[in-house]
Design a protein around this ligand. Sequence first.
Ligand SMILES: Cc1cc2nc3c(=O)[nH]c(=O)nc-3n(C[C@H](O)[C@H](O)[C@H](O)COP(=O)(O)O)c2cc1C
Length: 344
Amino acid sequence: MSMIDQSIIINKTKVKNRILMPPLVCFNWGDEDGFETYNRGEHYGKRAKGGTGLIVLEATAISKEGRLCDTELGLWKEEHVPQFQRIAKSCHDEDAVVIVQLVHAGMKSVGDTVLSSSAVEVGDKKCLEMTLDDIEKVKNDFVAAAVRAKKAGLDGVEIHGAHGYLLSQFTSKEVNQRTDLYGGSLENRLRLPIEIIEAVRLATGDDFIIVYRFGVNDPTMEEDIYFAKKLEALGVDLLNVSAGIGSNDIIVPKDYPFSFVTYMGTELHKAVNIPVACVFGIKEPKQAEYLLENHMTDMVAVGRALLADPEWTNKAIRGEAVDVCYHCKPRCKYSVDGRTCPWY
Ligand SMILES: Cc1cc2nc3c(=O)[nH]c(=O)nc-3n(C[C@H](O)[C@H](O)[C@H](O)COP(=O)(O)O)c2cc1C
């Protein structure tokens, strides 16, 4: 039996296999008010029908001012709930577990004036240090969005702590220059994500899945392991491991057959007892099988390959060839509009 086809329990929910679709923004498929303009029920429903066990819906803004692009989906008001109800149904109808990624982009937000942990230089934008009131608002916005996700019938949320967005900007020593309770020591830099997770758990209950998108080397590998253990103790249900701000200086063993991002995921997997998902460049089922057979991870996140072939998981389980993602250069066509993907 394929290792991919083994079920796994996340929190109290059974996920039928080990393939996770990581969040992938559908750029240009929305308006400026957080509403979709192009049918995501069909987009995600196809990947669910194709056998994907756990789908993490794309980065979704917790507030209008924290959007990472001007066509990003939103969950900052009640009117956004029905679109997620439709997406949740399209995935549940095909027996997939589905959660949504929640994000505040911090200094990478849309707009001329943006907020971050500290007042750092960001091109021609004005970046201001968040006040304690701003921080309180961010916490409340994460909680309110998570409660709406639950109302929409989603099985959980993923808190975006990677890729240099707001929570990375707090955990990173490079960006965070604060001298109050949210800056300085490691404990202080981890405070905001920890408080958000605690508040989301309290508001959504014990059975709601909480995933953390973990940005590796943010600040160092040793500190990552410390943070990962903290998240485990907090009751986070799965670490979905990806890149952080300071990811460039990770030394990967010469014979390691995957990228540094995957490597860090497999290292964190050794350090914690909660499920971990590893990502990056997994195109072929045999790569996923290798990671699972060697107990290097609990779940394999398959991103662009699932955009190329919605049937990837079913084909992998049946031992059939998949349509292989071309990894378009200079960047994935979905970074502009997925309708231009050669496999679309
Ligand atoms: C078009 C595109 C959109 C993405 N959107 C998100 C996102 O919303 N949130 C996130 O955490 N990562 C995002 N990512 C990163 C992916 O989740 C994933 O980590 C990355 O594509 C590497 O996995 P892969 O090699 O299997 O594609 C995005 C990547 C691409 C190519």
